[in-house]
Write a protein that binds this ligand. Structure first.
Ligand SMILES: C[S@@+](CC[C@H](N)C(=O)[O-])C[C@H]1O[C@@H](n2cnc3c(N)ncnc32)[C@H](O)[C@@H]1O
Length: 215
């Protein structure tokens, strides 16, 4: 069942193969039933299946996305909290695992970004784990490295590309393909394989930081 869920998620995001491999390696070694996991900017709980057996709290500013998440997982082990990443309504050291992927870079203001990164660490237990994924941006990467440095016993960085493919997979393109626009749809279908090929040779654009807490 878990295997099937992984397959489904991967089928929707084939560009993230290294991301999924790294998360799976992590969960196989570190995940224990009953752990408390906070997913910041969780959207519709799309990555909840990657962390089976934990108590999953999805936090997002979009109430509609959260409602979709709770509809998908209508059980007491999946909860939704509507809040902004820079001001989390949780106590200090409340979680065993904090996850945040594909979002914080969109916080345009560096102070807000820094506050959000500080919040991720604040709500994490001192022996807790942080899984943080972000598009590479020098100023923001500097903040991350300064914040997580020295806090964890082991930090693994996984780099992967997702520029063109992310665009290709974006809703706009998918919509154009599935809508009633045969010419556009045909054109995009033809160009798709070239985009995947181009991304293989492009520079890495994205880093996943898998940070394991001090025992
Ligand atoms: C690109 S999705 C990422 C979803 C998921 N984490 C993933 O990796 O696919 C961005 C999500 O971040 C949420 N978001 C944007 N700004 C936020 C903020 N300041 N605080 C919390 N969530 C935010 C949006 O509502 C959206 O659900």
């Amino acid at each position: 069942m878990a295997h099937q869920r992984w397959k489904e998620i991967f089928a929707r995001h084939p560009n993230k193969i290294r991301f999924f491999r790294a998360v799976r390696n992590y969960t196989a070694r570190r995940l224990k039933p009953g752990m408390q996991l906070l997913d910041i900017a969780s959207n519709d709980f799309r990555y909840a299946p990657l962390f089976p057996g934990v108590r999953y709290i999805g936090a997002d500013i979009n109430q509609k996305s959260l409602a979709k998440g709770t509809a998908k997982f209508p059980d007491s082990e999946h909860l939704a909290v509507c809040c902004g990443a820079a001001q989390l309504p949780f106590g200090t050291a409340a979680f065993d695992i904090v996850v945040s992927t594909h979002t914080l870079v969109h916080l345009a203001d560096l102070d807000e970004f820094t506050a959000a990164v500080d919040e991720l660490v604040r709500v994490l237990r001192t022996d807790g784990d942080l899984i943080l994924g972000m598009t590479d941006r020098p100023a923001k990467t500097k903040v991350i490295v300064a914040t997580i440095g020295g806090q964890f016993s082991r930090i693994t960085q996984v780099h992967y590309r997702r520029s063109l493919v992310a665009w290709w997979e974006s809703r706009v393109v998918i919509k154009a393909m599935t809508g009633k626009r045969p010419i556009l749809s045909g054109l995009l279908s033809a160009v798709g394989p070239l985009i995947y090929a181009a991304d293989i040779f492009g520079p890495a654009t994205y880093t996943l930081y898998v940070c394991e807490g001090k025992a």
